[in-house]
Each structure stands twice: as C-alpha cells, then as structure tokens.
Design a protein around this ligand. Structure first.
Ligand code: NAD
Length: 256
C-alpha cells in the first residue's frame, strides 16, 4: 500500500517508534530511522522486510540536527511523505523539585522537535498534495498525572499542534493526527516500573500489575505492533479525511 512512499520516524531505534517503522515498512514504505543507541539492529530489521532504509542520528533537542536530518532524508529519498514524530523522554518529579534542565529537555524533545520536523516536511508534502504527519502523543496528552508536569504539558501541546497542523492543511491531501497510547512496555516505561519496584521493595512483576491497575481497565499493555497498525490506517486511503484526531489506544484509560 505504501510502495514508493518515504517514512521518517523519529526515535525509532527502540520501542514504539521501531514498531511503527516496521509496520510502515511491511506496507512497502522506505524508512528513515532516527534515535540513539544501536542503529544497526533496527536497520537490519527494516531491511529484512525488503525496503530501503537509512539512518540519521540527529538529536531531537537540537534544531540544527533536525534541519540536517530533514535535508539528509530529502537527499536520500527525494522527500518525506510520512512523518512520524515519536521521539520522547520522561522525567518524574513534583513541580517544586523538577530540574529546570529536564523541563527544557522534555519540552524540546517531546514537543518542539515535532514543530521543527513538520515545518520542514510540509512544503514538499503540499507540493505533492499527499502527506501524513502522525504525532505520537500519549494518554497524558488528554489527562494528567502527578509528577509528570513537563511530559503532560508537552503531550497536551502535541495534541494542540496536531489540530492546528490538520486545520492548516485541511483542504489538501496532507493529514495530521495524533496517537495517544496508554502503557506500552518499552524501555521508557520499564525504567519507571523498576524505580517503583525499588522504592516500594516489591517485585518488578508486582510493580507492573500495580501500574496497569491504577490506570488501565484492560490490565494489558498496548504493543508497538498495535500502534504500528494504527499508523498504517492513518496512511491508508480510508484515512484521507481523518484530520486532527487524538486517537487513544489505552486499554480504556481515558474512558473513565
Ligand atoms: P523508548 O525509550 O523505547 O524510545 C524512545 C526513542 O526516542 C528511542 O529511539 C530513543 O533513542 C529516542 N530518543 C530519545 N531522546 C532522543 C533525542 N534527543 N533525539 C533523538 N532520539 C531520541 O520509548 P517509547 O516508550 O517507545 O516512547 C516513544 C514515544 O511514545 C515517546 O514520545 C513517548 O512519550 C510515547 N509514549 C510512550 C508510552 C509508553 O507507555 N511507553 C505511552 C505513551 C506515549
């Protein structure tokens, strides 16, 4: 379905971003990966699906890096047709204890990077009259939780940015939507589970059950594969007029 299209997924060396990149690659899209850590493993996983893959190690907190990555993608593949703004970090602390430098980093990586990639990708999408921008927000883009001020503010901002991007392009073939996952068992969440288990002197399994029980009626983690299929839907012809939604896939978290 996506043969001939190029998808750039930020933060795709791990977790949800890699899941989305693989789902788009299964539909034939060529992929630009980004993120820290090992890139060879993820590149090999995408290449095994028979599509072209490239990697750029831009730091999403740096505007100059983002500009270089977008230039690189255009040089490699012509243009970016599908942009998935997924890179994200977390920091957990009460507002009065929140390190200022962590606030700035969360806002830069989880929100401002999506503004920069979008402003750089939109002109070519508009010229082609086809494009998809998918912003990975969170259930925390729709509701709050204590000790996550920067994350919740950035993710609510991401939902707002999604609506404006959708509206500014509403008469074109360029759509923008947000995905709002609940808990997904990736390194980002495993760190929080490990910290809670250590603080409460409980097993990691018990900490997992408590984490799910607090928020998710389904008591199940959403998977990167399921989120990848939602991204594929947004890119399908059925998604042509889906504009500005914040689609939660969260085991019932925000239905409560
Ligand atoms: P993860 O830690 O597995 O992956 C994060 C990715 O972002 C990695 O590839 C990492 O290298 C990259 N990254 C981090 N900082 C970066 C930077 N400065 N520049 C470039 N890349 C950077 O986390 P994940 O759980 O897969 O999270 C992906 C997205 O999904 C995030 O935006 C996160 O907020 C969101 N999310 C996650 C959950 C969850 O439960 N895991 C729930 C809701 C939303």
């Amino acid at each position: 379905m996506l043969k001939g299209k190029t998808a750039l997924v930020t933060g795709s060396t791990s977790g949800i971003g890699l899941g989305i990149a693989l789902a788009l690659a299964r539909q034939g899209a060529q992929i630009v990966l980004n993120g820290f850590g090992d890139s060879e493993g993820p590149k090999a996983q995408v290449a095994a699906l028979g599509v072209k893959v490239a990697y750029h190690g831009a730091d999403m907190s740096k505007v100059g890096d983002i500009e270089a990555m977008m230039k690189f993608a255009a040089a490699e593949f012509g243009r970016v047709d599908i942009l998935v703004n997924n890179a994200g970090i977390q920091h957990v602390a009460r507002i009065e204890d929140f390190p200022v430098e962590r606030w700035d980093a969360v806002l830069a990586i989880n929100l401002s990077s999506a503004f920069h990639t979008s402003r750089l990708a939109l002109p070519a999408m508009r010229s082609a009259n086809w494009g998809r921008i998918i912003n990975v927000a969170s259930a925390h883009g729709l509701v709050g939780s204590p000790e996550k001020s920067a994350y919740v503010a950035a993710k609510h901002g991401m939902v707002g940015l999604t609506k404006v991007t959708a509206l500014e392009n509403a008469t074109s073939g360029v759509t923008c939507n947000a995905i709002c996952p609940g808990w997904v068992l990736t390194p980002l969440v495993q760190k929080q589970i490990d910290a809670r288990a250590a603080a409460a002197g409980m097993s990691v399994e018990e900490a997992k059950r408590l984490l799910l029980g607090e928020k998710e009626p389904s008591l199940q983690f959403t998977t990167p594969e399921e989120l990848g299929e939602l991204a594929v839907f947004f890119c399908s012809p059925a998604g042509n007029n889906v504009r500005g939604v914040a689609w939660n896939m969260d085991g019932g978290w925000v239905a409560q």
